[in-house]
Design a protein around this ligand. Structure first.
Ligand code: NDP
Length: 247
């Protein structure tokens, strides 16, 4: 029998837009209580109101995942509000593309702190609770973990690093019932590219995707839902989901 999310508790980072928002909505509609976390509290408040209006138990939390103490506090607040933690979705991320030569290295610090260290901090804080609940960790990685290009090196490094961390985590905890899933989306129609600071980096990605039908955030949310709804003895470790048009 598949895993019923009714009464389960999920914490979704980067829930203020895109994939995280769609995933929080999907988990909530499937019966989970959801904690939606990000920095833009106005967006979170609107999502909280929308989900509460649908009868979902929801809590909005301001969180910068680069702040280790804030990550610990977010997990503690989740457990305090809903009595435990069953599903952690590490989705918050930034993609600040550009060449390595001459790069603004503060972009690198932001990517490593958010995409890699943020995931590590939250996973570390959540693990005792996930071991108690025999829960699940879902990491929103990327095709960038598998396909490397000139002009995307540091983003590639963060997502490849995320996959490595996740596989090590999987081996450490799977026999104790915690399932680890890495979801690797291809191009998704979200705000992600709008934050690229290097005009050439932004132009290059816009050109690369100009003629393809992109995934919708809901398509990735469906993959997350598929993974966490499997029966306890089934661990979906990796899901690569690309637009049909993406080579
Ligand atoms: P969005 O820009 O729409 O969402 C990114 C989310 O991350 C936002 O909610 C943002 O919220 C949050 N975030 C960024 N920095 C922080 C931080 N320091 N602390 C907390 N939250 C933060 O893009 P997507 O939905 O596309 O991105 C979600 C994930 O999907 C990322 O990890 C991305 O790498 C991955 N991905 C996306 C693909 C795409 O083509 N769009 C393809 C493959 C993977 P706020 O600013 O409010 O803090």
């Amino acid at each position: 029998m598949s895993n019923n999310l009714q009464g389960r508790v999920a914490l979704v980072t980067g829930a203020s837009s895109g994939i995280g928002e769609a995933t929080a909505v999907a988990l909530g509609r499937a019966g989970a209580s959801v904690v939606v976390a990000a920095r833009r509290v106005d967006r979170l408040a609107a999502l909280e109101e929308r989900l509460a209006g649908e009868g979902v138990k929801v809590l909005a939390l301001e969180l910068d995942v680069t702040d280790e103490a804030a990550c610990r506090a977010a997990v503690a607040r989740t457990v305090e509000a809903f009595g435990g933690l069953d599903v952690l979705v590490n989705n918050a991320g930034v993609m600040l593309l550009g060449d390595i030569e001459g790069a603004d290295t503060t972009d690198w610090t932001r990517m490593v702190s958010t995409n890699l260290l943020g995931v590590m901090f939250l996973t570390h804080a959540a693990l005792p609770h996930l071991l108690t609940s025999r829960g699940a960790v879902v990491q929103v990685s990327s095709t960038a973990a598998r396909v490397v290009r000139a002009g995307t090196g540091v983003y590639n490094a963060t997502k490849a690093g995320l996959n490595a961390f996740s596989e090590s985590l999987r081996q450490e905890v799977t026999r104790r019932g915690v399932r680890v899933t890495v979801v690797e989306p291809g191009v998704v129609d979200t705000e992600l590219r709008e934050h690229i600071t290097d005009p050439a980096g932004r132009e290059a990605v816009e050109q690369r995707i100009a003629d393809l039908r992109q995934l919708h955030p809901q398509d990735v949310a469906n993959a997350v839902l598929y993974a966490v709804q499997q029966p306890d003895h089934v661990a979906v470790n990796e899901l690569l989901v690309r637009p049909t048009d993406q080579t």
